[in-house]
Design a protein around this ligand. Structure first.
Ligand SMILES: Cc1ncc(C[n+]2csc(CCOP(=O)(O)OP(=O)(O)O)c2C)c(N)n1
Ligand SMILES: [Mg+2]
Length: 333
């Protein structure tokens, strides 16, 4: 969006723009805390942060309702948080605590919460796409007016599951919003080194899926695009695909020396930080005073501090429980 369009959008609905800013700030601060906890070895295993990409989840989540479903990847802490999974139970899960949303058995990559219809967290690249198609098929067959949103990285387009999912979703006219978070790299592999066609919307269009690209660094643009797509899906328009052009500011995971991209490129994208862009635009539109911003920061910091304290005070499941849930538990009839 141009500066004028942003100003117009903000003045049309400043509360909505402030809401998006707050949601992005919640994700940013949550993950900064995760990085600290990781360094303190309180979070173990892999950790993939979403810092820089927050405008995608913030915009899209604001365009769906509680009856809809969400499927995401291993870079999903922000998606879970903005879907409505409480920060406390996500943080406890990250720290392997029994109070976590999966009793500490899933960890960072496998957050899951059926009560908010957040169907994971998936460590397999493209693994979420067929799940999303299945959820949407179930909704269609049960005549439920719901949309399933599926987030995945651009690395997924190299997988067979991507192509199978696009094909079946289009063939059966299923209510799925495919939301491709194109941050240009799949671990250390740049998109243009691995794909002959780098216009990802064209790949989806090849399956008769309505598709277009969006500035993924602009939360107002991602929200607009998602609303448009979700409205069309609800009206029976079948699956839609949004290529969200974004960038991760940090390494792929905590174990990545980042030898595949230069610092100047990272710097250029950081100048388009979705959070500071929207904060500055709100400030210039006189829709966010310094006091209001600082109150927002305090409110978010308090939420994250409480989540860390909750996780810290959590318990580990006893060893005797280790094999519980390997098989489903039958209740006596
Ligand atoms: C099927 C499969 N192949 C390989 C991997 C190893 N792997 C983990 S993350 C990743 C890169 C995925 O990149 P992308 O889909 O662009 O998501 P991003 O990490 O950029 O968000 C790969 C190849 C995996 N998890 N699953
Ligand atoms: Mg990627």
């Amino acid at each position: 969006m141009t500066g004028e369009v942003i100003a117009e959008r903000i003045s049309g609905d400043p509360a909505q723009a402030r809401h998006l800013l707050k949601q992005m700030l919640r994700v940013r601060r949550f993950e900064e805390a995760c990085v600290e906890l990781y360094s303190a070895t309180k979070i173990r295993g892999f950790l993939h942060v979403y810092i820089g990409e927050e405008a995608v989840a913030a915009g899209v989540m604001s365009a769906i309702g509680p009856e809809d479903a969400v499927v995401a990847t291993y870079r999903e802490h922000g998606h879970a948080l903005l879907r409505g999974v409480p920060a406390n139970t996500i943080m406890a899960e990250m720290c392997g605590r029994a109070e976590g949303c999966c009793r500490g058995r899933g960890g960072s990559m496998h957050l899951f919460d059926a009560s908010t219809r957040f169907y994971g967290g998936n460590a397999i690249v493209a693994g979420g796409l067929p799940l999303a198609v299945g959820l949407a098929l179930a909704d269609r067959m049960s005549h439920r007016d719901r949309v399933t949103v599926c987030f995945f990285g651009e690395g997924a387009v190299a997988e067979g599951e991507f192509h199978e999912s696009m094909n079946l979703a289009a063939l059966w006219n299923l209510p799925v919003l495919f939301c491709c978070e194109n941050n240009l790299y799949a671990m250390g592999t740049a998109l243009d080194r691995s794909e002959s066609q780098t216009d990802l919307a064209l790949k989806a269009a090849g399956y008769e899926v309505a598709a277009w690209s969006v500035d993924g660094m602009d939360a107002l643009a991602t929200q607009d695009a998602a609303r448009r797509a979700v409205d069309a899906i609800r009206a029976g328009g079948g699956p839609h695909f949004l290529e969200m052009r974004t960038y991760r500011f940090r390494a792929h995971s905590m174990f990545d020396p980042e030898l595949y991209r230069d610092k100047a490129e990272v710097q250029r994208w950081m100048e388009r930080d979705p959070l500071t862009q929207l904060r500055d635009a709100l400030t210039s539109a006189d829709a966010l005073s310094p006091e209001a911003w600082s109150a927002l920061e305090q409110e978010v910091d308090a939420e994250i501090r409480a989540a860390v304290a909750f996780a810290d005070a959590g318990t580990l499941e006893p060893v005797e429980e280790l094999t519980r849930f390997v098989y489903s538990e039958r209740t006596a009839s």
